[in-house]
Each structure stands twice: as structure tokens, then as C-alpha cells.
Design a protein around this ligand. Structure first.
Ligand code: C2E
Ligand code: CA
Ligand code: CA
Length: 286
């Protein structure tokens, strides 16, 4: 069993290598099994909560809220929050991600319904989707059926996917995206610039929003190269008719750079951290 753990670690780090077993591998394996168990319980006990981060239009004189991104948190009994990077990869590995995604979409729909007659009506919610979701044959149908159950206009749900979804089978992904598009569900390509960023799929796939990865935004005020990349991504998105979103916008200086470069939408701590629905209502609901 220990040799097995070492072998998995070797495989994880790449081909043609060996790895010794040590105690830390065992601790990691135990941690994963424990998290997996409590994740299963957490789904049954409804221990998750969605936080929302505003997306602000910056290419108009009057800045306004044009959408929110739903970001999941796991709320422990003691009130502490666990961030998604600590459990989403495990949920993906152990097959729990599909139920988690379903929960997120359902929760987003409930929220949209609650906002129906408020100032937040018609503000779309973006939901993060894993590569595993999009390859699930039932994904489109099950998403549409959730929207129908809560009577939510389909254009109010946006799906954020990273380039990792394209590692699988681009044709299958393309068929899925077209099906979603036919149903007026919009698609954002998340973390753009960090994966393979192949230009051939960009021209093939049905993508409405391009999200520039925050690492470029963090660096652009100090690095000429990062700035050049940001400007080029914005130009490319604009020329392809996509709406470009910059994430990780933390300073006024960043915002000014982005406005000058003709970026449409900004998201980041400059406007707000991800917050609970009630806080978002306080900030933008009146
Ligand atoms: P992401 O989709 O790229 O989300 C953006 C992350 O950057 C969020 O971290 C957000 O809190 C953070 N962020 C936003 N603005 C700023 C800023 O100005 N400065 C800095 N330093 N950070 C900023 P979070 O909430 O911890 O989420 C991490 C990742 O977990 C997300 O990255 C997404 O890939 C994943 N994730 C979150 N919710 C879900 C979900 O419901 N389902 C799935 N499959 N993945 C999720
Ligand atoms: Ca995202
Ligand atoms: Ca992102």
C-alpha cells in the first residue's frame, strides 16, 4: 500500500520517475480520505454557502453592477469557512463534484428567485463548472430542468469554465456549449491565459465572456510584458465580439489601465470581496 502511494505520487509528478514513500504521503492520503468522508456528510447536511462577488461595467461613464459570480464556501459547525481550493479538487477526484455543482446551480436559482422583485432583479449569476460536469451526458438537461423548476429566465445563468475542460474532447465540449447557447445560457472562459490558451479553439467555441486571469492583472502595473498581454487579450476578445472581464482588480490604477485598454467589466477587491447575499443586497439592493 505504501509502495502504491509512492507510485501515485511519482505518476502525479510526471512520467519516467521514481518516488520514495514517506510519512507525509500517508498523512496526505489520510487527510484526503477524511475530507472525502466529511464532504459527503456536508452535502447531505447542507453545510455549503454561496458568496457573491460583483462584476462592474467599466466601459460606461456610470459604473454599474452587471452580474455576480457565485463562489462556494464550506461552513463548518464552528462557523469557520473552508475555501473552495481546499475541497473542490477532492470533490472532483472522488466523484462528488456533480452533486456539488447541482447544489450550486439550485442555490443560485433560489437566489435569483428571491431577487426577482428587488433592485437585484435581472442581475445574472455566474457559476463555476468543472471539466467533469461538462462531460457528464446529463449536465445540460439537468441544468435546464433546475432553471425550469425555479422558473428562472435562462439568460440569468452564466457558466464559467476554465481551459481545462478542453483537454478532453473538444468536439463533445463544442456540442455541449452550442446546446447551452441555443438555450440562452451564456459561457465565460475563466482564467484565460494560464492554460493552453489555444487560438484555434477560441475561434471554434461558443464563448460569450473572456475572463483575463488575475495573475496578469496583479502584474500589469509593474510589468510591461504583463500589460502587453492584458491589452492583447482585451483586443482579441473585442475583435472576436466577446465581452472581456478582468478579475483580481484591486486598485484604482488597475481600473484606469483597463478602461484605457477598452476592457468591459471588472471584478475584484477594489469593488468588493465575495460576500453573502444579504451583504450584496445592502451594497447594491437599493
Ligand atoms: P475563480 O473562479 O478564478 O474565482 C476567483 C477567485 O479569486 C475567488 O477565490 C475570489 O475570491 C478571488 N478574488 C476575486 N477578486 C480578487 C482580488 O481582487 N484579489 C484577490 N487576491 N483575489 C480575488 P475563491 O472564492 O477562493 O475561489 C477559488 C476557486 O475555486 C475559484 O477560482 C474557482 O475555480 C473555484 N470555485 C469557487 N466556487 C466554485 C464552485 O461553486 N464550483 C467549482 N467547481 N469551483 C468553484
Ligand atoms: Ca470563476
Ligand atoms: Ca478566474
Amino acid at each position: 500500500r505504501k509502495a502504491d502511494l509512492a507510485m501515485y505520487q511519482a505518476k502525479k509528478l510526471g512520467k519516467n520517475r521514481f518516488h520514495y514513500f514517506d510519512e507525509s504521503l500517508e498523512r496526505l492520503a489520510i487527510h484526503r480520505v477524511k475530507t472525502e468522508e466529511s464532504l459527503r456528510e456536508a452535502i447531505n447536511n447542507n453545510e455549503f454557502i454561496l458568496y457573491y462577488q460583483p462584476k462592474i461595467q467599466i466601459d460606461q461613464p456610470q459604473e454599474k453592477l452587471v452580474g455576480v459570480e457565485a463562489l462556494i464556501r464550506w461552513k463548518k459547525e464552528d462557523g469557520s469557512l473552508i475555501f473552495p481550493d481546499n475541497f473542490i479538487p477532492i470533490a472532483e477526484k472522488c466523484g462528488l463534484i456533480k452533486s456539488l455543482t447541482k447544489w450550486v446551480i439550485t442555490e443560485a436559482c433560489k437566489q435569483l428567485k428571491q431577487w426577482k422583485n428587488t433592485h437585484l432583479a435581472n442581475i445574472p449569476i455566474s457559476v463555476n463548472i468543472s471539466a467533469i460536469d461538462i462531460t457528464d451526458p446529463d449536465f445540460v438537461e439537468s441544468t435546464l430542468s433546475i432553471l425550469e423548476t425555479y422558473d428562472i429566465p435562462k439568460h440569468l445563468i452564466n457558466l464559467e469554465l476554465t481551459e481545462s475542460v478542453l483537454f478532453d474532447d473538444i468536439n463533445t465540449v463544442n456540442v455541449k456549449l452550442k446546446e447551452l447557447h441555443r438555450n440562452h445560457i451564456t459561457i465565460s472562459l475563466d482564467d484565460f491565459g494560464t492554460g493552453y490558451s489555444s487560438l484555434s479553439y477560441i475561434q471554434e467555441l461558443q464563448i460569450d465572456f473572456l475572463k483575463i486571469d488575475k495573475s496578469f492583472i496583479f502584474a500589469m502595473s509593474k510589468s510591461k510584458k504583463s500589460l502587453a498581454i492584458v491589452k492583447s487579450i482585451i483586443d482579441m476578445g473585442n475583435n472576436l465580439g466577446m465581452t472581456v472581464i478582468a478579475e483580481g482588480v484591486e486598485t484604482l490604477e488597475d481600473k484606469e489601465i483597463l478602461i484605457k485598454a477598452h476592457c468591459h467589466i471588472a471584478q475584484g477587491y477594489l469593488y468588493s470581496r465575495p460576500v453573502e447575499a444579504s451583504k450584496l443586497e445592502q451594497l447594491y439592493g437599493q
